[in-house]
Write a protein that binds this ligand. Structure first.
Ligand code: HEC
Length: 155
């Protein structure tokens, strides 16, 4: 009996391990299929009020300056800037795998997204944790997005 439980749980543990740690690749495959089910033609903007987030080129340095201390005080405990998972996924490449609207909606409308957005739910499965709502203002969320773009080497 004990053995058969081990036989069942071992592959599951491996699944979670791979799902979280190689994060990006495993997630993006899973995420793509989730996105495809939603509407493969439209970019995935998530759920919330942000339907269009204009991006600046070059990056907005004052936003980055405002975003950095927010990351350092409220996000760093769960998110690394590399592709390595901590509690949540590492932020490297996040601005490539998600639209700016999805990121802004996720940051400001976290509970609704975790309850109803397929991609966010997939992340919750692979991370085995639920991100608490961070109560950020729209302006703070936008500053964090700019910080993420800088981290991804955007110009
Ligand atoms: C207590 C841990 C925790 C804190 C603090 C936290 N997060 Fe998260 N975050 C998570 C988890 C876990 C996930 C994956 C989704 C889930 O399981 O809820 C996540 C996912 C994300 C994602 C999606 C990443 C991806 O790869 O698509 C973004 C964006 C994000 N968080 C932004 C933030 C921001 C911005 C802050 C700080 C203001 C923050 N998080 C603070 C735990 C946390």
């Amino acid at each position: 009996m004990k053995r058969s439980i081990a036989l069942i749980t071992a592959p599951l543990m491996i699944f979670f391990f791979i799902g979280c740690n190689s994060g990006n690749q495993a997630n993006s495959t899973a995420d793509n299929s989730a996105t495809a089910k939603k509407d493969s033609a439209k970019p995935d903007k998530g759920l919330g009020k942000f339907t269009s987030v204009p991006l600046t080129h070059p990056l907005d340095t004052s936003m980055i300056a405002r975003g950095t201390p927010i990351y350092d005080s409220r996000c760093i405990s769960c998110h690394k800037l590399t592709d390595e998972k901590l509690v949540g996924p590492g932020w490297k490449g996040v601005t490539d795998r998600r639209t700016p609207e999805w990121i802004m909606n996720f940051i400001t409308n976290t509970n609704v997204m975790l309850d109803s957005d397929l991609v966010a739910q997939q992340l919750m499965v692979t991370c085995v944790a639920r991100m608490p709502n961070q109560n950020l203002s729209d302006d703070q969320a936008r500053a964090i997005l700019e910080f993420m773009r800088k981290n991804d080497g955007k110009k």
